[in-house]
Design a protein around this ligand. Structure first.
Ligand SMILES: Nc1nc2c(ncn2[C@@H]2O[C@H](COP(=O)(O)OP(=O)(O)OP(=O)(O)O)[C@@H](O)[C@H]2O)c(=O)[nH]1
Ligand SMILES: [Mg+2]
Length: 302
């Protein structure tokens, strides 16, 4: 069979936006079918614009997962919001996410209204987390979201965790894309570098079980990745960066127990990614108030 001509397939860029923690990254991963973006129950997990590629018979979606939009309290927060704005200016469609379990609030309204600034992009409202919402909640949320804008191309309820209605969303988004050939080769799921993916996996492991301000204070850098033992082992030297000495003590834990658990969790995910056994050496480093310091932010890639 000959593949369909380019003018019969569609391809383009979609970004998911919404408050922190609404499920943008979880949805990105579910559509891609592989974890390309880390997720957590802490707000502001995503700090980069991460591309996930979705291939379907009718075409290709390049999903750009973005940080949650919030009232910034640090320079980092400001830069993350700016990043979202930049991405929004470039995409063919915007998926605006609201969880079925929470009433639409001022933050959601502000984000929905800000989409006026992107007249070229198609707009789809997505009510997420339907697996943990009641029927009444879902209906109420669909109505609330529907009334936020007049120009939704679609309003779709779904669950990324329970895999409900994901095909409906993917099909709808594809119909909104321009015609054209695939933008990434088949088999490619993201254009994130291996180093960045590893750093993110370590950060995700470090986010588990920490509270309050600490999740925001954690950053990860990689010093070195190298193979040894005829390529059967990968050595990874990484830094867990925090903002204060007190946080360093928490991250390390009693006799290093917390840090060891973080390393074990991260390694379990890194090994299948690199395809070898991994020796992971984590070093905890303090960069005072890095979230507010332009120089430090630059060094950490923001
Ligand atoms: N039950 C349920 N939980 C979900 C669903 N989608 C996301 N979650 C959970 O919601 C939390 C936040 O998910 P993320 O995907 O990290 O949210 P996000 O919008 O990317 O968050 P930021 O990157 O911080 O802006 C995690 O604990 C997810 O497991 C869903 O469809 N159902
Ligand atoms: Mg995210």
């Amino acid at each position: 069979m000959t593949p369909p001509a380019d003018d019969r397939t569609r391809s383009g860029f979609v970004t998911f936006v919404g408050r922190p923690n609404v499920g943008k990254s979880t949805l990105t991963n579910a559509l891609v079918g592989e974890k390309v973006a880390i997720t957590s129950d802490k707000p502001q997990t995503t700090r980069r614009a991460i591309r996930g590629i979705v291939n379907r018979p009718a075409g290709q979606l390049v999903i750009v997962d973005t940080p949650g939009i919030h009232k910034p309290r640090t320079l980092l927060g400001q830069r993350l919001n700016d990043l979202v704005e930049q991405v929004l200016g470039d995409v063919d469609a915007i998926g605006f996410l609201v969880p079925a379990t929470e009433k639409v609030g001022p933050g959601d309204r502000r984000i929905a209204a800000s989409l006026d600034g992107y007249p070229r992009a198609k707009k789809v409202a997505i009510v997420t987390k339907t697996d943990i919402a009641s029927r009444d909640e879902i209906t109420e949320r669909l109505m609330e979201v529907d009334s936020l804008r007049e120009d939704w191309d679609a309003v779709i309820p779904l669950s990324a965790v329970a895999n409900e209605q994901l095909d409906v969303l993917a099909d709808e988004l594809l119909t909104l894309m321009p015609t054209g050939p695939a933008l990434y080769e088949e088999g490619v799921v993201t254009d994130e570098s291996l180093e960045d993916r590893i750093a993110e996996i370590i950060r995700e492991a470090a986010l588990e079980g920490v509270r309050d301000e600490l999740p925001h204070s954690i950053a990860v850098t990689i010093d070195d990745i190298s193979r040894r033992d005829e390529g059967e082992l990968t050595d990874i030297y990484a830094n867990l960066v925090v903002e204060r000495d007190s946080q360093k003590a928490i991250i390390i834990g009693h006799k290093g127990s917390r840090l060891a658990a973080v390393g074990a969790r991260a390694r379990a995910q890194i090994e299948p990614l690199v395809g070898t056994k991994v020796f992971l050496k984590l070093h905890v480093r303090v960069a005072k108030e890095w979230q507010r310091d332009p120089k430090q932010l630059g060094r950490l890639g923001f």
